[in-house]
Design a binder for this molecule. Structure first.
Ligand SMILES: NC(=O)c1ccc[n+]([C@@H]2O[C@H](COP(=O)([O-])OP(=O)(O)OC[C@H]3O[C@@H](n4cnc5c(N)ncnc54)[C@H](OP(=O)(O)O)[C@@H]3O)[C@@H](O)[C@H]2O)c1
Length: 254
């Protein structure tokens, strides 16, 4: 039975590449995303084409019981979840306070913070029983810096970071490695940044800063770091790490 890497929020960017990277290492990748069935199949097929093992599920992490039921089914039908890559974003673009509805604010919290709490409640007892497990949490600049228009996103991501620290305090000594991975810059991610900008602006950005310029974070390279974190010896665990392109200024310098 293969160990499982469960990816919550698996698009063609970080989530899909993390699934691919772990599948290359012998894990069964369970890819979950909200809506794009064709995109999901494409990711699973790409892994299988490399002789990896994967399955894909549509799941809306904002809805009750979805995460819990998927964890239960994966453990029963596929195998023990050794690694969770929690990759749900909550970016809604810049919105003034007046333009941020209660609903939008709450949805940010549901995805960025509460969904992590829910997956932790579902997997931590199982990982604890096995004495090991890894929870890799993708995060963003907004986890450490509030900014104009980021009411929902920054509050929710700040909560995500604090939840990682709290989980780490309780479960680190029980053998569960929780890592908060601060992605401090734009990612070459067509399903998130690409959709937010629209195809033309996204392509312009890629040509200006991405591609051969390496000014957008490449999801396949981010995935290498996820694998490294999951393989760290417990005498040298990283709890928090930040990643950015060589040409970007870090968040504290602008
Ligand atoms: N992209 C960036 O520039 C950037 C920058 C800094 C940090 N990050 C962080 O990176 C992570 C996302 O990685 P990525 O941008 O490379 O994206 P990705 O892995 O390509 O895709 C993430 C996927 O999450 C899925 N998702 C969104 N809401 C969901 C829900 N309610 N239930 C289930 N799945 C849901 C979306 O699925 P559907 O497409 O099916 O809706 C989306 O494809 C987030 O944690 C974000 O904060 C991204």
């Amino acid at each position: 039975m293969k160990p499982v890497c469960l990816v919550l929020g698996a698009g063609a960017g970080i989530g899909g590449h993390v699934g691919m990277r772990f599948a290359q290492e012998g894990y069964h990748a369970v890819l979950c995303r909200r809506s794009d069935e064709a995109g999901l199949h494409k990711l699973v097929e790409a892994i299988e084409a490399e002789r990896g093992s994967a399955s894909g599920y549509l799941l809306d992490a904002a809805k009750p019981d979805t995460i819990e039921e998927r964890v239960e089914a994966v453990e029963a039908e596929i195998g023990p979840i050794e690694v969770v890559a929690f990759n749900l974003g909550a970016q809604i673009g810049d919105r003034s306070l007046a333009d941020t509805s209660h609903k939008a604010f709450e949805l940010g919290w549901r995805l960025a913070t509460f969904a992590l709490f829910r997956v932790a409640k579902a997997v931590c007892p199982r990982m604890e029983g096995r004495g090991q497990g890894t929870i890799l949490v993708t995060s963003a600049t907004a986890a450490v810096r509030g900014n104009a228009g980021q009411h929902s996103h920054a509050a929710a991501m700040g909560g995500r970071r604090m939840l990682c620290q709290t989980l780490n305090a309780e479960f680190g000594p029980k053998g569960i490695h929780v890592a908060h991975i601060l992605v401090d810059g734009a990612v070459d991610a067509p399903d998130t940044l690409g959709k937010m900008l629209g195809p033309e602006r996204f392509q312009e950005l890629r040509e200006a800063r991405g591609l051969e310029h390496d000014g957008l974070l490449l999801p396949s390279k981010i995935a290498d770091t996820y694998l490294h974190l999951a393989k760290q010896h417990r005498s040298t665990w990283t709890h928090e790490i930040d990643l950015r392109s060589f040409s970007d200024r870090p968040w504290w310098n602008h």
